[in-house]
Write a protein that binds this ligand. Sequence first.
Ligand code: MG
Length: 159
Amino acid sequence: MVHVGIGYDIHPLVEGRRLVLGGVEIPHPKGLEGHSDADALLHALTDAVLGAVGEVDIGHLFPNTDPTWKNAPSRVFLEEAARRVRARGGRIVNVDATVLAEQPKIFPHLAAMKAHIATALGIPVARVGVKATTNERLGFVGREEGIAAMAVATVDLPE
Ligand code: MG
């Protein structure tokens, strides 16, 4: 039985932080603020995978009050979501995501992001989609106040 999950995340862009998206560090004057590395793309993907198997969301699994996750690479969250799929006897069929960012340009980094995500999930890179769009200068993303991401995941689970 194929299950689908959805995920969304956003983090503020601030000075004095690294910008990490999809596990890839991108040179930029500002970075994403958060308890972990604030990788909004990996957070959205983690919630999509967790949602597909009916698990609680990333904020409950990895609370930002827990010092364990302070500045943690968000890859560990995605790996744990994938582990929970395997623990249910399931397999991730594919994931797809869109990054919403006015700046910087995301396209040059998409291939590296896909490779990182595929490795974390333990699936071929051909099953990982990542796209990027600006917000046409509209709203908080358009004003470069933050970067958002949305994601879906499909998981094949035994009935
Ligand atoms: Mg987040």
